[in-house]
Design a protein around this ligand. Sequence first.
Ligand code: ADP
Length: 763
Amino acid sequence: MLSVYAQQTMVDTLPIGACVFMGPDHVVSAANGQMLSLWHKTEVIIGKALREAVPEILRGNFLELLQGVYERGETCREPDSEVKVVIGGERRRIYFDFSFKPLRDKDGHIYGIVHTAVETTDRVLALQELSALNEEMEASSEEVRATNEELLETQEHLERALAETAEAEERFRLATEAADVGTYDINLQTQAVVTSEQLANIFGLSGLVPSEMYVKAFHPDDLEKRQLAHQQALVTGRLFYEARIFRTDGALRWIRASGKVRYDAAGRPLRLLGTLMDITEQVSAKETERKLKTLADNSADLMSILDLNGVNSYINEAGKQLLGFESDEAVRTTPIADLHTPEDFEQVRREVLPGVMTTGKWVGIMNVRHLNTGEVFPVLNYTIRIDDPVSGQPLAVGAIMRDLRPELAAKKALADSEQLLRSVTSAAPTALWRTDAEGKLTYVNETWLSWTGRPLEAHLGRGWLQAVHPEDRQQVEDAFFSALPARSAFEVEFRMPPVSGEIRWYLNSGQPQLDSEGHFTGYVGACIDITAQKNLQQHKDDFISIASHELKTPVTSLKAALQLIDRLKDKPDPAMLSKLIIQSRKSAERVSSLIDDLLHVGRLQQKQMALNLSGFVLSQLLSNAAQPIGLSTGKHIRVQGALDLEIRADEQRIDQVITNFLTNAAKYAPNADRIDVTVTHDEQYARVSVTDYGPGIPADQLARLFERYYRVQEHTKTISGLGLGLYICKEIIERHGGQVGAESELGKGSSFWFTLPLRPVVI
Ligand code: ADP
């Protein structure tokens, strides 16, 4: 058993309120200063039974509790018991951890009780603050909830821990550290700040740091915000703000501070207690989410998220427009089957979704259907499975779809234009070709292939040269290969043996091609068929020599006649003179007729031929024209048929036509002695035919007789002529609205005819 002295010494040394009660009457045998002041007593009470010494504490069940300890040896604790006290006239609540322990002698008999009282007011208030803060944080933001829960949990831990130990502050500090939350306690009277280590760490600091250091860390733009929040807190009692700080390592971080002001009884703010946490990750996650949403909403492609229950939880703006969704509600309530035709949805059901779920993605082209217009169109669909990063379980299906209509339309337009270009180049009577920079042919169009009758492969590289006539090949090679090193344009004419028919002439020209940087890339060229021009040129050359010859003959004859006449002027011979005059006149007429023909052709080419219509008896005109020809050629010309038929035409021109027909009949049937001219008519037309009984004309040349300069091949060497007469006749007759033609049988003769309308339309 401890002596009373020992008891008093022990209780005096304890840092807590302590006293010892002895015996069944609970005599206060020892009590330290703290306990006495708690009771508001002095040492006078030592030695007195409790009921006398401190009767006021025996209210309630205190006595029962002491008896339980004394009689049954139960150790008893009453944590955080509230005691209402009046200090300096002010009512206050303070809290204690009370404990009661039996004192036993060496035989184990109870002889007294040790009673201790540890004040826990600060701890309890801190817990109350924490609880209030938790509520506040809960209310203030969704994100803090998790932290609050942790804090609540921590608090429970803390409370449990406190029940076992008195190291509440330390535990609290550990708990807030574990929750990554810094705590602070600002004395609003002195502005002294006490922070947890964790709070210092958030700022990149450690240990006890003067409050200015914290203030300095704030982003200049957020300093005012912080200041305001603190000022408001003094009024509202609550502090809440989010701001940016620069950590000591220079990193910019976001923090969220919450706190509560504690006031004294007079309503003066005493302390500001609160928490501060680093919310940079949350802010940047939110920021990233916001950016991603902006990105998705501005994407030209559809982006959607399909939840595993088959409901679209998100479709971006482009997607809504593409598919015709009118609201977010419609997105969530429209079954995805409505976005496809039944057949296309089968593909989604059987192929797309199983593909995504098993392999993680499906990429391909599929059809979708517009909700309003019902238009079905193709999209390129890139679908992926979105998994939970922690559990790996599928969460949703994400899809990115691109409308393929513009691409298909562009492709079609390109294909159409390529087709058009191909058709145009194939239809063009021009061969088009291209070479590379070494002068090797890389492309030639259909026209060239049809001219040469060889396939494309035969022409590639230098193969095309083989299509050129062997006699012209060297010349073509020289033209091309001398231009190539100089990269200059070239032009060359050549012949090609045709697939069928006659040899034809071509003009080939090439232009050097340069790319955008001025590098030579090869030649592009065109080749045209110039056979017609060549023939025309040939005709013209022939014509000039023939015309000169034709003119020279009568002029020579005229000159000769005139020379003879000149010689006869001294000894005139009338018979001879008359002959020479006839010859001169004939020659002059021939020259005049040739010049007439040439002038006619010139006028016809300029389409200048005015008709001077008058009515006359056709056979009359024919007979008048036949007479001199018959006389000069010795042919018997018979005019027969509708001798009374009157027509209306340009008499002089018709005379020119019949004269040409009769002259030809005499000229090309030199051995026949007769020519028949027959007039017939029907309701509309008069028809005149001139038949000779000469050698006739080969059938294959008949059709060309009325062409300009055309002459039957057999005649070109033997009988002089310009090949213009029939051409002029045809133009005259057609100008009247009639037609011309020729029939012939070799060895029997030829018949040239023309028709004239009986009632000509005045043109
Ligand atoms: P030209 O008589 O000056 O050659 P034409 O135009 O009058 O010119 O006749 C064209 C060609 O038609 C003649 O060159 C000739 O070959 C052929 N021709 C015209 N009339 C006859 C005919 N009656 N018999 C045979 N060939 C004819």
